[in-house]
Write a protein that binds this ligand. Structure first.
Ligand SMILES: Nc1ncnc2c1ncn2[C@@H]1O[C@H](COP(=O)(O)OP(=O)(O)OP(=O)(O)O)[C@@H](O)[C@H]1O
Length: 210
């Protein structure tokens, strides 16, 4: 196995000249942990705790690039010194090359402006919401603004957009395989799986039992 292979298995992403990793390929972290298994453990613990706290006390929903970056910081602040920072390196996963890092800030800005232009989905029917958010999720995933932690941050964001528009998004019923397939299609501009994923795993609040 080459050093690059080690790097891929340690972070899940392949990159050249990655400023986010130690020489051994482990992501630079606030604990100085040098093995990926231990880092994953502490990362999962903190992100789960932070996501739980965020669900109980969500920040005021102002859907902008700054809000999304703040979410990443809130979820990963105990673990990564670069929590809440847009990545400055290009990254690939399997056959996907995510957006070039120089384009991230402008693309995120445009993406959130498109959301704001439809009143953050408020007043949409369930079908309209699913169609819109399926595309929004696919495009946000293609941008992949952070070096790590994009999935957790985008799932929380979408739950909040849903809540603010009187829908409930249930990620517990979405398998990683279904999510990955939807995201991979989204990279190719095919949004049907992501739209269906949102439709089948969200509900209008009015349909939830009291
Ligand atoms: N080959 C791929 N092409 C496009 N998107 C992918 C690919 N593999 C995984 N994804 C998506 O990338 C997101 C995960 O990104 P990342 O690993 O940065 O986030 P995470 O929060 O660390 O992980 P997770 O989503 O597993 O909790 C998920 O939504 C996943 O479906």
């Amino acid at each position: 196995m080459s050093v690059l292979d080690d790097h891929y298995y340690a972070t899940g992403y392949s990159t050249d000249n990655d400023p986010y990793v130690y020489e051994n390929g482990v992501l630079i972290n606030l604990y100085g942990i040098q093995d990926t298994a231990s880092l994953n453990e502490i990362e999962s613990t903190y992100s789960a705790l932070n996501l739980r706290e965020l669900s109980l006390n969500p920040p005021e929903p102002r859907f902008t690039q700054q809000y999304h970056i703040a979410l990443h910081h809130l979820i990963f602040k105990e673990v990564y010194p670069w929590a809440g920072e847009l990545r400055v390196v290009d990254i690939c996963k399997a056959s996907t090359t995510f957006m070039e890092n120089e384009k991230i800030a402008d693309s995120l800005e445009q993406l959130f402006l498109r959301l704001n232009a439809v009143n953050d989905c408020k007043g949409m029917s369930h079908a309209e919401f699913s169609d819109f958010i399926g595309i929004f999720l696919s495009q946000l995933n293609f941008i992949h603004p952070f070096r790590e932690g994009n999935g957790r941050t985008q799932r929380f964001l979408i739950s909040e957009i849903a809540r603010n528009a009187d829908f409930y998004m249930d990620w517990n019923t979405v398998s990683p395989e279904t999510m990955n397939n939807a995201c991979i299609d989204g990279i190719a501009g095919q949004y049907r799986k992501a739209q269906r994923l949102i439709l089948l795993n969200s509900r209008p609040e009015s349909l939830l039992g009291n």
